[in-house]
Every structure is written in C-alpha cells, then in structure tokens.
Design a protein around this ligand. Structure first.
Ligand code: FAD
Length: 493
C-alpha cells in the first residue's frame, strides 16, 4: 500500500487525507499546531466557542461533493442553517441595508437606496451567473500545459461577459450610488484583491453568495473540521498534531519523506504539502533541489492581504443585530489603496462583524453574545509593526462598535482575544502574514498560471490548498483536494 504524508491539517490537507484513505492509501497527516483546521480554526474558552477564520460556508455543494466522494452524506452528519439576509451592510452615515438572498426583499432594499436599481440588480446577477458558469470550467480541472487554457468557447465567453474588466468598474456600470457599489464589489477582498484591481470575473462570488446561499453549520465552521477529523479516525487516517515538519527529504531527486522539528525522519512514497505553498518551497524544500521556484521567483509573486481579528465575549444580548454584517468606511478607495497599494494601516478601517450567537446561542454562556470582528489589513510586506499597531486598532474598532451597536459595549466585554498578521505568519507559516491565502488572484496567478499541484522538478511532491489552483477560500481548497487526488491516483494506479 502506498504511503502518503500530508504536511498540514488545514481543510485541504484533511479533505485530501479522507479521499486518499478512501482510495486505499496509508495516510499520515502532520500538523504543526496543537489543533487541526489551519486557517479554519476555533478558540474555546470561558464558555465561548469562536470560529477564528471563516464563519460561514458558501458553495455548499463542494462540501457535499467531498463527503459524497468518501461515501458519506454531509447533511446527515451536520445540521445547516441558511442565512437570510446574508449581510447587514452599515455605512459611515449610520444607515444600513440588508443583503437578502430572497430576491423580492433584496430588490426592495436596493430600491430604497437607489430608486430604479432593482431591474439593474437582476441584470447584474444574471451577468454574475454567466461568469460563475464560465469560471467553473477553469476551476474544476488540473493543468498540464498552457494549451489547457485554450478553450475557444470559454475565450469567447470571457470576452462576451466582460470578465476581463475591473470589478469596481463593472459594478459601477450597474449601480450609481456609492452605497450599492460598495455592497456589490467588496467580495474580491476575500481573495486578497482590491475590487479596483480584481477582474470583473469575481462578481461571480456576489452571485454565489446571493443565489447559492450562505450556510451556517450548527456549532460553527469548526464543527465541519471536527467531523472530518472523526471521519479520518473512523477510516484509519492518522492526524498527528504538534508535529511540525522541518524539511522535505529529497533523495535522488525524488521526495521520499520528511524530517520533523523533533529530528525524527518519516519515509513516504508521496508527500503532499498543505502548508502555505511559497513557505513550503522556501523553507521545506532545500534550495538546491528546486529549479522552478527559486527564492527570487517566490519573492516576486503578488501576495494577498492580511487581517486584524478581534473576538469578544459580552455579558449582554444584542438581538437587534444580524448574524453577519459589514461596515464600509466612507472613503472606500483610500481604505483599499492603503491595504493593497501603500500597505499601510487604513485611516478608517472597513470591517466584517459577526454575531453568530443570533443563530446559535450555544456558542456563548446564556445571556451572552459572541462578536467576531475582521478588518482587512495589509500583509507584512509594508512593514507595519503590529505589536505597536494592534492596541490602537482594537480601540478604533471598539469605538466603531460603540457607534453602531451599543454606546456601552466596552463595559460588557468579559472575554477577548485577537489575531494579527504576525500570528498568521508565526502560527500558520503564512508568508508575509497573509490571512485568507498567500497568492493573490490576479490573472497571472490563476488557473494554469498559479503554482501547480505537482512539483514538476521533484517527483513525488504534490500541493493542496489555497496556494495551488483553483485558489483561496474553503470551496476552492476542497476542489484542490479533489484535483490533487485525481492526479495522484492517475499516477499511482
Ligand atoms: C479570518 C479569515 C476569514 C476567512 N473567511 C472565509 C470565508 O468566509 N469563506 C471562505 O471560503 N474562506 C474564508 N477564509 C479562507 C479559508 O479559511 C482558507 O482559504 C482555507 O481554510 C485554507 O485552507 P488550506 O487547506 O489551504 O490550508 P490552511 O488553512 O492554510 O492550513 C495549512 C496548515 O498547515 C500547517 N503547517 C504549516 N507549516 C507546517 C509545517 N512545517 N509542518 C506541519 N504543518 C504545517 C498550518 O499550521 C495549517 O494548519 C478565511 C480565512 C481567514 C483567516
């Protein structure tokens, strides 16, 4: 039986472990941290249970496919609630709109902000549906040669759908008001791109959120990770935590095992790295063994943004809130340029605010609330000193929460934690402390142009997760597991 070692127990590593084990391979997952999950993790303290990374799931079918591929039924094992509205969007002037999945309600909200915009909303979503269908032809495949991109039908659709334009301009063509332009363009930030730079193609995410729905698994996103761990255990795939890998062993030009920080050496027939891809090449593969990804090539790549996170436990209930919310700073452009161009701390941060206790009170003690605040921030390439910046960011965000939610909010904090770009770097080995994933999704870091899931110059070494194709985000990472396993089984059978 072939033996596979997977470095990292993020969602991509775990999904790969389940699929390979189901195919009959002997599987060992080695995770650096004390808890599996990677960027999709959890903190459980003082009666609070907070998802530290993603909190909601989109493209649920990718999770269902992962389970189906190993003979399981996701919906039998976990209980999902569909959110509606998906988000409440707060603006600097104190107004807000609710982004409903239900189309009549969404249309009414849009009309309230911009009379006459409902018809354009439907045209915008229709265009998003076409982009979604088009993108899927590029997303769900392995690439071997550049001609794999040369699909004449897709190329024509790329032109016809205007997918090559910039996202913000595309959205601005449908909506006149600044408020709606913000509400329908922000999504690319989660791929590490400013809407002013991202391709219009990524309006497919807005479409996916609104049309395919956003789902909350009871117990939080981490309950999916826990269930995958339980399945790994049942199926006989070992997941070893507190087991950081120091080096990938290359013998006779072939990946043949790993050396742990403890000094132990473990042999394997194939190695799949789920750790950050640029980190894997730079820190785990000896420089002499890699021709394609030299340090200078890795340094020249375009890295995604990071984030500052504040998790709060409060001894009060906020029933007027929605499960998910967004706050947009007044000067959207200045905010995005600070994050993506000058890589400085934005003067007025925009942020994502969650109150999961609205849907699931079991996440906090009775009568308490859990708040999750995520402010997109520059990655560490800008040189921000987070030891100094974090306390100021905390105060700024608390000021905003007091303005939006409760003027006495600070007095109700009974528990809190934070996570800064430095934590992404040190805890997750994320190069430049990126939050959602390492490599931004520009045209030349997508599909064929993204690092491939197999190291061509090092037989036996594969990659899974956000660093390879299709890319960043849980659904993409699950598809990446499907793709790398298809490739491995094609080679090993
Ligand atoms: C705050 C936040 C919000 C997000 N929101 C969303 C969202 O709403 N929707 C969405 O789809 N996605 C979201 N994402 C992105 C999503 O979480 C990630 O893209 C995805 O989870 C990445 O999974 P992965 O399998 O690539 O690996 P990762 O999660 O990056 O895991 C890699 C693992 O490798 C381990 N590792 C690293 N080095 C070593 C080593 N030397 N030895 C052993 N182990 C090692 C790490 O500890 C880690 O556990 C969010 C992420 C964050 C941080």
């Amino acid at each position: 039986m072939a033996r596979a070692i997977i470095i990292g127990a993020g969602l991509g590593g775990l999904a790969t472990a389940l699929r390979l084990r189901h195919a009959g391979l002997d599987v060992l997952v080695l995770e650096k941290q004390a808890r599996a999950g990677g960027r999709s993790n959890v903190i459980e303290e003082n009666g609070f249970r907070v998802d530290t990374g993603p909190t909601i799931l989109v493209m649920k079918s990718t999770f269902e496919d992962t389970y189906r591929a190993i003979g399981q039924d996701l919906n039998q094992r976990l209980d999902f609630v569909r959110l509606d509205p998906n988000y409440r969007v707060y603006y600097h002037d104190g107004t807000y709109i609710d982004l409903f999945s239900s189309m009549p309600e969404l249309a009414a909200e849009v009309e309230r902000v911009e009379p006459g915009a409902a018809a354009r909303l439907f045209r915008f979503l229709g265009a998003g549906a076409k982009k979604y269908a088009l993108a899927m032809t590029f997303v769900t495949r392995n690439y071997d040669r550049i001609t794999d991109l040369a699909n004449p039908v897709a190329a024509r659709r790329l032109l016809v759908t205007g997918s090559y334009q910039r996202l913000y301009r595309h959205v601005a063509a449908y909506f006149k008001s600044d408020k709606l332009r913000k509400a329908f363009s922000f999504h690319s930030m989660f791929l590490g791109l400013s809407p002013y730079d991202a391709l219009a193609m990524y309006s497919l995410i807005t479409y996916a959120d609104l049309a395919l729905g956003m789902w909350y698994p009871r117990g939080g996103i981490y309950s999916v990770v826990e269930d995958m761990l339980a399945l790994a255990d049942e199926m006989g795939a070992e997941v070893r935590t507190n087991a950081p890998v120091r080096e990938i062993l290359i013998r006779n030009g072939r990946a043949s095992g790993v050396v742990l920080e403890s000094g132990d050496t473990l042999e394997a027939d194939l190695i799949i790295s789920n750790a950050d891809l640029p980190y894997t090449y730079k820190s785990l593969v000896p420089a002499g063994a890699r021709r394609a990804y030299t340090d200078s090539r890795l340094d020249a790549m375009d890295y995604a943004c990071s984030g500052y996170l504040l998790y709060l436990g409060l001894d009060k209930e906020y029933t007027q809130m929605r499960h998910q919310a967004l706050y947009f700073s007044e000067d959207y452009r200045a905010n995005l340029d600070a994050i993506f161009k000058s890589r400085t701390i934005p003067a007025e941060p925009s942020f994502h605010l969650n109150n999961p206790t609205i849907t699931d009170p079991t996440l906090a003690p009775p009568g308490h609330t859990l708040l999750y605040v995520l402010a997109p921030m520059p990655n560490l390439q800008g040189g921000v000193d987070w030891r100094e910046a974090a306390p100021r960011m905390r105060e700024q965000l608390l000021d905003q929460l007091e303005r939006l939610i409760d003027p006495d909010l600070r007095q109700h904090i009974v528990w809190e934690r934070e996570f800064t770009p430095l934590d992404f770097q040190t805890r997750l080995n994320a190069v430049h402390g990126t939050a959602f994933g390492s490599l931004a999704h520009g045209l030349f870091q997508s599909a064929y142009f993204r690092p491939h899931n197999v190291a061509r110059d090092i037989p036996g070494l594969y990659f899974v997760g956000q660093g390879t194709y299709p890319g960043i985000g849980m659904p993409m990472v699950l598809i990446s597991a499907q793709l790398v396993v298809e490739r491995i089984l094609h080679t090993w059978r």
